[in-house]
Design a protein around this ligand. Structure first.
Ligand code: FRU
Length: 326
């Protein structure tokens, strides 16, 4: 019997040392189990745009059937993605964007919209806390720029303003070190709100505030990931005052990849929704996400049980054939 060739998806991931990216990969593999003819190969650039360019070129040379890419930074990655797209390989951009519309589909949260939602939340919830310290994600990556611009678009013209800005590069340790340094060298700095472009930096910021005795400062992050040490738990524990959902879109990326590869129709731009999470809704949201996590674990257990039953069935069938009983 001629075995059918599997279709190969190459996923160029910008970095993968954090829970958000791990969640993205898990979603992708879960969705992949519905499409047995798809194979996924992930290459991690470790947060280095040069490595990512090499990874994308390697995928092109391998002759992947479709490329998924989450660009570390927009500008350096744009050219090579355009090249792959022009060579006829379909391209799905996830989460971070490039500086061009030369791709088949985009999937991810709308970071400008998230920044706007953060701004509205601040205006409504903290009308008297005007001074914001902003801890940025990597400056060359699109969500960092868009989250900043979205926030500005709501607070500009109000009494609220961004008084200080720190580069945290999306990283827990970088944010922690730079924020500490900032507080040491600006001992009279005064601010009411720390807005971080993601939750891992926000959790770091909260630890630093504690070290420096800044107990009244409000701390906001983005991602709202379930699981230990992640955003939802941090809001539940009072470590963060609020976070905002930023879905990974991992399952959707595989779903759209399948549509493209099977010549089905698909949307080019797929933005996922955000919403604030704070003390007013954290209990119900945590209950729901805990239920989902349990159900997912059950689904995995069920499919393992089905696989072992199928194995037993095949073995028994093999025996019947050997003894000529079929
Ligand atoms: C994970 C991450 C998220 C953030 C996203 C932006 O690597 O830093 O925390 O929301 O990337 O691209």
């Amino acid at each position: 019997v001629k075995e059918e060739r599997k279709l190969v998806i190459g996923f160029s991931q910008c970095v993968s040392n954090d829970a958000w990216r791990e969640a993205m990969h898990e979603e992708m593999y879960r969705e992949l189990s519905f499409y047995p003819s798809l194979d996924l190969v992930i290459k991690d650039a470790g947060g280095d745009s040069k490595v990512q360019i090499e990874n994308i070129k390697a995928f092109q040379e391998m002759g992947v059937d479709l490329l998924i890419v989450s660009p570390n930074e927009s500008a350096p990655i744009t050219g090579v993605v355009e090249e792959v797209f022009q060579s006829g390989i379909p391209v799905i951009v996830v989460d971070r964007n490039i500086n061009s519309s030369q791709f088949s589909a985009y999937i991810g949260g709308d970071s400008f919209e998230i920044g706007k939602t953060v701004g509205q939340y601040i205006l409504n919830t903290y009308p008297n806390d005007h001074r914001i310290l902003e801890i940025w994600g990597l400056k060359g990556s699109s969500p960092a720029k868009e989250r900043h611009q979205g926030l500005r678009s709501t607070i500009d013209g109000s009494d609220h303003y961004i008084k200080y800005q720190i580069d945290g590069e999306w990283e827990r340790e970088v944010a922690k070190e730079r924020f500490r340094e900032f507080l040491k060298s600006n001992q009279d700095a005064q601010f009411d709100i720390v807005f971080c472009h993601n939750d891992v930096m926000a959790i770091s910021a909260s630890e630093v505030c504690k070290e420096f005795g800044l107990v009244d400062v409000k701390i906001l992050g983005i991602d709202a990931l379930p699981g230990p040490r992640a955003g939802l738990q941090a809001v539940s524990d009072g470590v963060l005052d609020a976070t905002f959902f930023y879905p990974t879109g991992g399952d959707k990326a595989i779903e759209v990849a399948w549509k493209i590869l099977s010549n089905d129709s698909f949307e080019k731009l797929n933005f996922m929704q955000t919403a604030p999470v704070d003390f007013t809704n954290i209990r119900v949201i945590k209950q729901q996400t805990d239920r989902i996590i349990n159900q997912q674990a059950n689904i995995i257990r069920q499919s393992e049980m089905i696989a072992s039953q199928v194995k037993i069935y095949n073995n028994q069938r093999g025996l019947l054939i050997v003894f000529g009983m079929t």
